[in-house]
Design a protein around this ligand. Structure first.
Ligand code: CP
Ligand code: NVA
Length: 314
């Protein structure tokens, strides 16, 4: 069976733990799982949206594992404009051992996965950002050890980054709290889904100061994600009062850490003194994208090798 990772929940809990473990392993200990019989395997990286961290970390991770990354912008290949997503995916699967994409519409990833005989990896969609969540978990575990029993607070938009972080935290036993403006928080069904996933009661509030009280980690992200630009002014009005600033961090325990996936907007979703302050882990978090990418790719390469060995023995 081809393993696709479109969401964190495409991994079982033990697989998520395995990926995070692999992310913490020195690259030299992982060998070259993307080099098979001396031949570098390709990894396709297709971007419909801009990227700094995701492109750089995935390219370096592929190279560290012995493979060869090929990055393409959608304006070169034209998803559903020059040719269909399905035709593009089938062709990429003939060249590459893994196909990764950053898309506007999550259903494009589902269409890719439906025709791919190689793993499809989500490098961010409107729905989720699993690679970011892996780095977020790794960063928090580097500080706290296991996340089980820790409290993670999210302030702002319940967006792609929030969803993947929430899934990963729930699966690893952390408690979740959200402070979001009305209309921008998780739906009741989403809260129920996360509660079942994590077996902990989830707090949803519109008061940032309340949700950080007792929190070990405070996360936020932009109020205007890529693709939401037309709503920028409406969103900036709706999110007034949701800036993570020194007064919000003062309501959290002194050991609490601050995280943001970046790019950040100082003075908007986070004040400069918080993101550049002593509780902020954002630079380590950004650097952990490389380790997280390498961990996931090593896991997928090992899964593919095991499945091919299984097919060979039947
Ligand atoms: N955090 C993140 O995904 O960054 P990029 O958009 O720069 O890849
Ligand atoms: N939520 C943001 C994350 C950027 C890495 C976006 O989708 O634009």
């Amino acid at each position: 069976m081809t393993r696709h990772v479109l969401d964190v929940t495409d991994l079982a809990v033990d697989e998520l733990r395995r990926v995070v473990h692999l992310a913490g392993v020195e690259p030299s200990e992982l060998g070259s799982p993307l080099r098979v019989d001396g031949v570098a395997r390709g990894v396709a990286l297709v971007f419909q949206k801009p990227s700094l961290r995701t492109r750089q970390s995935m390219e370096i991770a592929v190279a560290q594992l012995g493979g060869h990354p090929v990055t393409t912008r959608d304006d070169e290949i034209g998803f559903d404009v020059r040719e269909s997503v399905e035709d593009i995916t089938r062709i990429l699967c003939g060249f590459h051992s893994i196909v990764a994409a950053r898309v506007y519409d999550h259903t494009v990833l589902a269409r890719m996965a439906s025709v791919a005989d190689r793993p499809v990896v989500n490098m961010l969609s409107d729905h989720s950002h699993p690679l970011q969540a892996l780095a977020d978990v790794l960063t928090m575990e580097q500080v706290f050890g296991h996340l089980s029993g820790r409290t993670v607070a999210w302030i702002g938009d319940y967006n792609n980054v929030a969803r993947s972080l929430a899934e990963a935290c729930a699966m690893l036993g952390a408690r979740l709290r959200f402070a979001c403006p009305v209309g921008f928080g998780p739906s009741e069904a989403e809260v129920e889904r996360l509660t079942v996933l994590g077996q902990h009661q989830i707090v949803v509030s519109s008061r940032p100061h309340d949700v950080v009280d007792g929190a070990d980690a405070v996360h936020t992200d932009t109020w205007v994600s890529m693709g939401d630009e037309a709503e920028a002014s409406r969103r900036e009005r709706a999110f007034e009062g949701f800036t993570v600033d020194a007064s919000v961090m003062a309501a959290a325990p002194s050991h609490a850490v601050f995280l943001h996936c970046l790019p950040a907007h100082r003075g908007v979703e986070v004040s400069a003194d918080v993101i550049d302050g002593s509780q902020s882990l954002v630079v380590a978090q950004g650097h952990n994208r490389l380790h997280a990418a390498r961990g996931l790719l090593a896991f997928l390469a090992a899964s593919q090798a095991a499945s091919q060995a299984g097919e060979g023995s039947t």
